[in-house]
Unconditional design. Sequence first.
Length: 378
Amino acid sequence: MKDTNRIVWADFLRLIAILMVICIHCADPFNVSPEARSNPEYNFWGSIYGAFLRPCVPLFVMLTGMLLLPVREETGPFYKKRMMRVLVPFVVWSFLYTIFPWLTGLVGLDSSILTRMFAYAGESPSQSLGDSLHNLWMIPFNFHTYTVHLWYIYMLLGLYLYLPFFSAWVKQASKKQIRIFLGLWCITLFLPYCREFLSENLGGTCAWNDFGILYYFSGFCGYLLLGSYLKDTGNRLSAGKTIGLSIILFAVGYAVTYDGFREMTARPDATERQVELFFLYCSPNVMMMTVAVWLLAQKVKITSAFLVRALANLTRCGLGIYLIHYFLVGTGYLVVDNLGLPVPLRVPVTALLVFTVAWGLVAGCYRAFPRAARWVMG
């Protein structure tokens, strides 16, 4: 019963993370372009939602660490089981997103449909076969305009490659050693701000060296370890203390994220890196918000058999929802926009619409074509 309960609250946390991801992408029309940010109402609500939703990706990574660290399989079987489940659907959906612009031109649709469907497409996106083929060739190297959300898959595959080796240390590391690693990792979360406000080069970095003193403790591996560590230590706080601590952590992290983003977007000459500075997932403010959500989720108790089954199904469909939802975000936003809803409601209503449709499509594929869906939806 204890193990089942852990899985249920983890499934619930995954639901929260998925909704946050979709909401973030539904907020992109408010935040992506300087023109949108120049609209005071769009800038205000884009900042509110954009800052509030930052824990989404760190929550996914922490869940990965909680469930997979330490790795219990040999390296070969682990790669075959984990990597292939992600790699094949990633290739399929990268291909579909990449040829979609060319297909719209092939059937005679105006390029403006791409602008309406994809926040990063720009005003006059290309529909040429040559550009689509170029983007196909680039898939092994990086994402592009129409696969922006798939940056996460590149990162996830990297974590999977790293996990068996990192796991070997985690298995034999003491709690003290793990806490020291996490402490050093927390210091690295401040480095983006140090580079912006102190010096571009820190800890031995320069034009010919990108690997500074704390480089080897940085990145998403810290969230992996944090998820595993919090699984082992558990949340021994009472519900009241958990709520109090979580409110403080989230409020402080949110205030820094929101105020920093508003400050940066107020600068007319801000670079893309500066605009994203306070939205970085590997930052102290986002880490605080993430831990707050995690601690609260650990206290969730779900006893309804229906909800348990629904959350289990969501876990099965989660990767497919992530892969497919970006096709639906633009269309969902147009539907909600045509309804004339107030600006504050457009992001959450669009996200719920996109989430519902995506889950229905993925679940339907699993029901109708279970074997094929495993390779297409993950």
